[in-house]
Design a binder for this molecule. Structure first.
Ligand SMILES: Nc1ncnc2c1ncn2[C@@H]1O[C@H](COP(=O)(O)OP(=O)(O)OP(=O)(O)O)[C@@H](O)[C@H]1O
Length: 483
């Protein structure tokens, strides 16, 4: 099978060397992502389009899903390629691809041509259109707004019958811009802002400040891993966890209520600025948006920014909350955000919206900065691929794996809601509950204590990891369903 990948318009207006460099990066990303499905996939082309070829026709859906999540692609086409014989032969091929679809429909043939031929594109459209109408029982040919379009590309002595067109993500190829370190709290804002930097080509590493909630850390790891797997798996990135409990403790005991929020953010920026070098980041990213919460007024943001000379990017700074939520729904992070157990250790009762530098300085003079230095020193830097293994380390014992349940086990489908609704799991004669993996822990207390539950995730990796986590927490009625 073959796909033709067309570039995002902003790539095509670049100078020749820049355009070439972007396309090279895109080719690299496409190849790495698709190689996971087919080790022999070929990815070629370097100016107008990229050609993707695989012998494995059965992987069409997987390829389409993957290509539609790779930044830098405007759209791509699934094409059937054959050698150019003559226009009558193209008619035969068009009948195969479009014969059924144009029956009783108003249609048009659109031909694009590159190379020397003894017919023009319009000649070809007329000939193919006339023959198709006569042979396939179409209602009429209409060039403007046809119900069905039959697009055909003729390139020298090759013909591409375009059978499907899929819109891409747009943006620049991931890695074509400098690396950044994105501050992830796992809610709607930081997941969307990270997605935006990724789709603009910035290699995006993740940084999480643990304010004291184990469950929050797991949640942020899960959503970061999800973002990376779906949109960024062509590049290796890091996940940094900074243990910030002691910093929170210092703030709670040494700082006045009104300034706590602003000072916490200043501590985060100070730490993140120092940790940037661990991943070679050239800027920090946050999900802040003007006036969304009290610490996000212009005056407060200015005071927050004073602690660093580094560039702080805020992709959502003027975006309204509903637009952010809609984007989170579209990219798949909304369900994570909705069930993210936030730890609100530093809540100001009457938070300031107009922080004054001299007051903040005075408050911070009570703060023991050795505590912050220690937190930075204890930061853990791990590869994003391994963050989930880390979650599973809780339990060292054997996780029971069941291939064919025979007792009164209940299966829990823990896949992402999109996947679970696209391909619902059915097991004959056995109930299946759907609880996505990120809501599993918070929902566990509502399940029966004496019913054995088997987790299902498709591949058996996520399910094993979550079962092992729950076993580690002392829940003994859990195993894995791996048919
Ligand atoms: N614990 C944390 N670890 C890493 N970054 C954080 C943390 N808390 C906040 N941030 C960063 O600061 C930004 C603003 O956080 P704040 O808590 O004020 O808003 P928020 O609406 O809860 O953010 P979000 O929706 O991203 O969770 C976040 O978008 C994120 O970039």
């Amino acid at each position: 099978m073959k796909f033709i990948v067309k570039f995002f318009a902003e790539i095509t207006i670049k100078s020749r060397p820049v355009r070439k460099a972007f396309i090279k990066q895109l080719r690299h990303n496409v190849k790495l992502v698709l190689k996971k499905y087919d080790a022999d996939v070929t990815v070629s082309g370097n100016w107008d389009f990229i050609e993707v070829f695989s012998e494995k026709d059965e992987l069409r859906e997987e390829f389409i899903q993957s290509l539609s999540n790779i930044a830098g692609i405007a759209h791509f086409q699934y094409v059937r390629e054959f050698p150019l014989v003559d226009l009558d032969d193209i008619v035969e091929q068009a009948v195969v691809s479009y014969g059924d679809v144009i029956k009783d429909a108003v249609f048009a043939v659109r031909v694009k041509r590159v190379g020397h031929h003894d017919f023009t594109s319009v000649d070809a459209e007329r000939h193919i259109g006339g023959c198709l109408k006569a042979r396939c029982g179409a209602l009429a040919v209409r060039l403007k707004n046809p119900e069905v379009l039959v697009p055909i590309d003729i390139r020298d002595n090759r013909v591409w019958m375009i059978e499907q067109r899929v819109e891409g993500l747009g943006g620049y190829p991931l890695g074509s811009q400098d690396p950044v370190l994105s501050l992830m709290s796992g809610g709607y804002d930081s997941t969307v802002s990270s997605y935006l930097t990724m789709s603009r080509g910035l290699k995006t590493h993740f940084c999480f400040f643990n304010l004291g909630g184990d469950a929050h850390e797991i949640g942020v790891k899960q959503v970061s891993n999800f973002l990376w797997e779906k949109y960024g798996s062509a590049l290796n990135v890091k996940f940094i966890t900074v243990p910030f409990e002691a910093v929170v403790g210092e703030i709670l005991t040494k700082v006045d209520n009104a300034e706590m929020g602003v000072i916490l953010k200043r501590m985060m920026l100070r730490a993140a600025s120092q940790l940037m070098s661990e991943v070679g980041a050239k800027a920090l990213v946050t999900g802040e948006s003007v006036a969304q919460v009290s610490s996000q007024t212009l005056m407060n943001l200015k005071v927050i920014d004073q602690v660093t000379e580094e560039l702080v990017l805020r992709p959502l700074i003027t975006t309204n909350k509903q637009v952010i939520i809609d984007k989170a729904i579209e990219i798949g992070t909304a369900p994570f955000a909705a069930s993210m157990p936030e730890f609100c250790g530093v809540i100001s009762v009457k938070p300031t919206t107009r922080a004054k530098m001299h007051r903040v300085d005075k408050q911070e003079s009570n703060f023991d900065f050795a505590v912050l230095e220690q937190a930075i020193e204890n930061a853990q830097v791990m590869s994003i691929q391994n963050v989930m293994d880390d979650v599973a380390k809780q339990y060292q014992g054997e996780v029971p794996v069941v291939r064919m349940p025979v007792g009164d086990e209940v299966i829990i489908d823990i896949r992402h809601p999109d996947e679970a609704s696209n391909r619902p799991l059915r097991v004959s004669g056995r109930p299946v509950k759907v609880i996505p993996f990120f809501a599993l822990e918070s929902n566990w207390s509502e399940l029966e204590k004496d019913v054995p539950y088997l987790l299902y995730c498709g591949k058996g990796v996520m399910s094993r990891m979550h079962a092992s986590y729950l076993l580690g927490k002392g829940h003994e009625n859990v195993g894995v369903y791996l048919p």
